[in-house]
Design a protein around this ligand. Sequence first.
Ligand code: RB5
Length: 149
Amino acid sequence: MEEKNKTIAIACDHAGYELKNEVIKYLAENQYNIKDYGTNSAESVDYPDMVHPLGKDINAGTYELGIVICGTGNGVQMTVNKYPNVRCALCWIPEIAALARQHNNANILAMPARFISKEVALEIVKTFLNTDFEGGRHQRRVEKINKIL
Ligand code: RB5
């Protein structure tokens, strides 16, 4: 269920900077509040510097949902998934974003700025923010994710 006026945490590196601006515009137009962790230019940066603070805040429950963007989506995803309460899903089509929420209760969306259009990215964001976790058998599976051997 869509909950407007919720704060969405967002971060990117230089490769994701342009798309982050588009996502922020979409979020603002749709009455979301935004916590922006940068980066704030196209100048080359190291993605962990931007996304560690976001991962820490999602992990602590300060914000419920986040969005991270880099060239492939993988560097940002790998970084935030180090936090035990983070479930970050790399999504390149809206269907994956829907399933990431429905089945995995993903709380951070990762997107590959260099491989998707702005239009697809905004559809992914919309889907991610408007899809609920299904619970049930998926709850049991999600609870097992942190039970490393
Ligand atoms: C930056 O060139 C690129 O490596 C970064 O955006 C990301 O794709 C890393 O995973």
